[in-house]
Design a protein around this ligand. Structure first.
Ligand SMILES: Cc1cc2nc3c(=O)[nH]c(=O)nc-3n(C[C@H](O)[C@H](O)[C@H](O)COP(=O)(O)OP(=O)(O)OC[C@H]3O[C@@H](n4cnc5c(N)ncnc54)[C@H](O)[C@@H]3O)c2cc1C
Length: 297
């Protein structure tokens, strides 16, 4: 049995800890913040869970399988439907009622839809597995939010006795352990750095999550314009803000102003219907290996 220290209690850290526990190692986790979950978690505001931008779980992917393995109750997932996403000025992302457009899309001769597919399936990253999943209805909104997935992993670790120490920042490593910001040494036979640091140049995006007291998109799952996407989570999953809209928006370039400009253009008066909102002017999209979580774990 090895003493394994996991640094960081985001998705990567929690999954790594579960894996190390399964290998029968003695695992412990340290997290610099007061809260666990990292970028995969949400914040409660006025009874709504607001995440860091849109998160779609790959149904049947590694993260989904692990969450199912550790919990008795399956997470409730609802698929994003590409035939319910409108590309402004071009019709639906999946133009089911136009055989000609469908053929062009299949032959990869529709650059606008190609770009929109890449935006929605990988937030601008080219991830063929997630692109296929989008077309097959396997990219899903999680009813309980990603904080629910984090909670499931964390309670499993608690049940099996893996401690998570929050408020401890690791600043250095040495042969045989790590050093905290307070100069304390923590010994370990093996250290897993799951601190979310991107490899190479980080991919930064802007996000806005906003709940409105009306339903201006009238059942559409989302709208896209260039590299801005607005998804209505409440139209996709009935557990999210019933009777309202829960817009989760992302902009690959142009920041929050680009998102607000699209909302102003397409959802007139949205500002006077806001119940709550959360924005990130700049957040790193990918995980420590330069992928989305589904690609890592
Ligand atoms: C807008 C957006 C949309 C996304 N959509 C999807 C999606 O649809 N599907 C998908 O699979 N993924 C998606 N992702 C990616 C996903 O959120 C991340 O890949 C995942 O949350 C990264 O997890 P992580 O554990 O690697 O890093 P993080 O979540 O960043 O966690 C790292 C943790 O380590 C802690 N830490 C850092 N340094 C230290 C230190 N020195 N000492 C102690 N603790 C430390 C941090 O506080 C943090 O809690 C999206 C990300 C964004 C921003």
């Amino acid at each position: 049995m090895k003493r394994v220290l996991v640094v960081g209690a985001g998705i990567h850290g929690l999954v790594t800890a579960v894996r190390e526990h399964i290998k029968k190692n003695q695992v412990f986790i340290v997290e610099k913040r007061k809260r666990i979950g990292g970028r995969g978690t949400s914040e409660e505001s006025f009874g709504h869970q607001l995440e860091h931008g849109p998160h779609l779980l790959l149904k049947g992917g590694v993260l989904h399988r692990m969450v199912k393995k550790v919990s008795k109750i399956k997470p409730s997932l609802m698929p994003l439907r590409p035939n319910k996403i409108r590309i402004i000025g071009h019709g639906m992302l999946l133009p089911l009622n136009s055989p000609k457009k469908m053929l062009n899309l299949k032959m990869e001769k529709d650059p606008v839809r190609e770009r929109a597919m890449r935006l929605i399936s990988g937030w601008g990253q080219d991830i063929p597995e997630r692109r296929r999943a989008l077309l097959k209805g396997r990219l899903c909104v999680v009813g309980e939010g990603w904080s629910g997935l984090i909670g499931r992993l964390a309670s499993t670790l608690e049940e099996v006795g893996v401690p998570i120490q929050t408020g401890v920042k690791i600043t250095d490593r040495y042969e045989g352990g790590v050093i905290t910001s307070k100069g304390l040494k923590i010994e370990a036979d093996e250290v897993h750095m799951c601190d979310g640091s991107p490899v190479g140049k980080p991919v930064k995006v802007a996000t806005l999550d906003v709940v409105l007291d009306n339903k201006p998109l009238k059942g559409l799952h989302g709208i896209i314009k260039e590299d801005v996407a607005i998804l209505d989570l409440a139209a996709i999953h009935p557990k999210k803000a019933p009777g309202m809209s829960h817009f989760s928006c992302i902009s690959l370039s142009g920041g929050i102003p680009a998102i607000e400009a699209l909302l102003d253009e397409r959802v007139s008066g949205w500002r006077s219907h806001i119940i709550t909102k959360r924005e990130n002017k700049s957040i790193t999209l990918t995980d420590s290996r330069g992928k989305l979580s589904d690609g890592v774990i």
